[in-house]
Design a protein around this ligand. Structure first.
Ligand code: AMP
Ligand code: TRP
Length: 324
């Protein structure tokens, strides 16, 4: 079976962008791919974290994966720091990654400008660690949102560079980025992506937002000029809301546009609110029903499975490089 690998950082609350851009696709892939979904806590610490909160967030992301439909009988859910080979391979890849190519990474530039007081080496090296996360498992595909494309391209470059220096060792993976949902935009500003680190909480709908809070955020969401409900290049706000509506309801954007012909923004937002709150209520009921100890044992199982593969790959890498 072909393999898929992806991950999410256990920082703050996951939001609709994380679900629609990435995790929703993971759920669909788990029948066709041997899937490895990681909770990337070593990535999270590139921004300062409160240890207690981080520990809780790791568990919350695991619960989020499960409540969104990642099935531990089909997919492997695991924690990055529990598989030491991730950090080990990252060091090895550091010796072939170039300063110049890392300096070009837009996520680094964004995060460095947001956290000027803490531009640490880990933040700079983040994409190399991500390459290690991927290459340890030889996946064919890496299902992510649009913002991660550049990192997966770097991963491909590093894999090819290593293979040509030391003979074929890594499979060169492809990013899998869905057309719809790959870049969910902020509700308060449709020119910027929906982000957990946005300054205003009105930017995103967190998966753990209460239906009341989500409804308020939708009512405040900016819209475009005009009064018809339609998507288009000149209607970035509506296109974004229609995309969210469509992906959560399973209706096409065309069907939704038709449903609201002759109706205004108020009706449209009412329908969108109903769809979003139904999704959130269902998700949160599943999330809250999960038992901490059960989730921890699912992670233990996943860590073991991941470790077995990562250990083998690291032996191969070290042997090829002349490391004992
Ligand atoms: P992160 O929150 O940075 O750990 O991202 C986890 C996953 O969600 C990655 O695959 C991202 O590409 C995806 N993602 C994050 N924000 C968005 C967004 N606004 N739209 C679509 N996908 C997103
Ligand atoms: N860098 C990704 C993000 O910020 C998260 C991530 C870490 C990841 N390692 C990965 C995604 C490996 C896919 C594969 O969203």
């Amino acid at each position: 079976m072909k393999r898929a690998v992806s991950g999410v950082q256990p920082t703050n609350n996951l939001h609709l962008g994380n679900y629609l851009g990435a995790i929703k696709n993971w759920v669909e892939l788990q029948d066709q791919y041997d899937s490895f979904y990681c909770i990337v806590d070593l990535h999270a610490i590139t921004i300062k974290q409160d240890p207690k909160v981080l520990r809780q967030n790791v568990l919350n992301v695991a619960k989020t994966y499960l409540a969104l439909g990642i099935d531990p009988n089909k997919s492997t859910i695991f924690v990055q720091s529990q598989v030491p080979q991730h950090a080990e391979l990252a060091w090895v890849l550091n010796t072939i990654a170039k300063l110049g190519e890392l300096e070009r990474m837009t996520q680094f530039k964004d995060k460095a400008s947001q956290h000027k007081e803490n531009i640490n080496m880990g933040l700079f090296d983040y994409p190399v660690l991500m390459s290690a996360d991927i290459l340890l498992y030889d996946p064919e595909i890496v299902p992510v949102g649009e913002d991660q494309k550049q990192h997966v391209e770097l991963t491909r470059d590093l894999a090819e560079r290593f293979n040509s220096a030391y003979s074929k060792t890594f499979l060169v993976p492809e990013p899998l980025i869905k057309k719809e949902g790959a870049r969910i935009m902020g509700l308060d500003d449709p020119s910027k992506k929906m982000s957990k680190s946005a300054t205003s909480a009105n930017n995103y709908i967190a998966l753990l937002d209460s239906p009341e809070v989500a409804a308020k955020k939708i009512s405040k969401a900016v819209t475009d000029s005009g009064s018809t409900i339609e998507s288009g290049k000149d209607k970035p706000a509506l296109t974004n809301l229609l995309t969210i509506y469509s992906l959560l309801s399973g209706k096409t954007i065309k069907e939704i546009e038709k449903e609201y012909t002759g109706k205004g923004y108020a009706d449209f937002k009412k329908g969108l609110t109903a769809t979003v709150t139904e999704f959130l209520s269902d998700f949160q009921a599943k999330f809250n029903a999960l038992d901490d100890n059960e989730v921890k044992s699912i992670l233990e199982e996943g860590n073991k499975k991941a470790r077995a593969i990562a250990e083998k790959k690291m032996v191969d890498v070290k042997t090829k490089m002349g490391l004992i």
